[in-house]
Design a protein around this ligand. Structure first.
Ligand SMILES: [Zn+2]
Length: 294
């Protein structure tokens, strides 16, 4: 048996592309530093809207299969080798946007039994033994049913892991500090006339935006910005990238953040690395404060 890398990070996401948008730089950094980075994606995103006209024929299972390959390509860009689908490919289907009839599909993630889904995740946790878990906040960042459900499953699995004696030291939620988002949108407004996007998204479109004081951790991914952009671009059915901006199928530009932010939801805060305006100093390492790994 090969030896376990000392630092092990588990990320739980709803659809292929969410990992690159939210955590691409973080994943690339820890992979490059030799940590084990494990991604669990809950659905194949079969209900995503396809951007390239040439691929518009892809729907349902065919789109899911295509997005699975996009995910593999994105992981190559980030240097991440361990990526899995919750319960196996196709176990849980994309639930579509909140309020659509798709939400009632008995096979969709929104209808899934959280305990059963969390049991699949617990198997991964038992095998990988991550010290750090990253997922969405209780609102799923922006209210998509699959993101809300991914949060519930991840948190339930973290609880089950603790009961089973394979507890995870730190659990983080994806965040963007409001001041950072506001500044980035101001820059975007100036740049917009020179960009090929139809218009600008608004701050409310960015998942996980909170007051700066709630941010506990920032990961400077500047060195991995290109890898993150390439991983996002690998999800070509879903994302159009023109660094430092990108757009989803609505063609509205958003900032592409090279520094990624987190709120520590469970666990002990480690030693701070950077001072932050309007709040306590922030960690600069998700593994900060975690003792000698086993
Ligand atoms: Zn998603």
């Amino acid at each position: 048996m090969t030896e376990r890398p000392p630092r092990r990070l588990l990320l739980v996401h709803a659809h292929p592309d969410d990992e690159s948008i939210n955590n691409g730089a973080t994943m690339a950094r820890y992979a490059a530093e030799g940590a084990q980075v494990t991604l669990v994606t809950c659905t194949l995103g079969e209900r995503g809207e396809v951007i390239p006209p040439g691929l518009a024929h892809l729907t349902g299972a065919a789109l899911g299969e295509y997005r699975r390959r996009e995910l593999a390509a994105a992981m190559r860009e980030l240097g991440v080798e361990d990526f899995r689908l919750l319960g196996g490919a196709g176990r849980y289907r994309d639930s579509g946007m909140m309020g659509l009839p798709d939400n009632d599909d008995p096979g969709c993630l929104w209808q899934a039994d959280v305990d059963e889904a969390a049991a699949h995740l617990l198997e991964v946790i038992r095998e990988v033994r991550p010290q750090v878990l990253v997922t969405y906040d209780p609102g799923g960042g922006y209210g998509h049913p699959d993101h809300i459900q991914a949060h519930r499953i991840a948190m339930r699995a973290a609880g089950l892991a603790a009961e089973a004696g394979v507890g995870i030291a730190k659990v983080y939620w994806n965040r963007v500090p409001r001041a950072v988002a506001e500044e980035a949108f101001a820059r975007l407004a100036e740049a917009l006339p020179g960009l090929a996007f139809a218009g600008s998204a608004v701050l409310g479109d960015v998942p996980g935006v909170v007051d700066d004081a709630r941010i506990t951790t920032e990961i400077d991914g500047t060195a991995y910005a290109a890898a993150k952009a390439a991983a996002m671009a690998a999800h070509a059915t879903q994302i159009e990238v023109a660094e430092p901006y990108f757009a989803l199928s609505n063609q509205l530009a958003q900032p592409l953040f090279a520094t990624e932010y987190y709120e520590l939801a469970r666990g002990e805060r480690g030693a701070p690395g950077v001072p932050a305006a309007g709040g306590p100093a922030r960690e600069t390492d998700l593994f900060a404060g975690i003792g000698a790994p086993s």
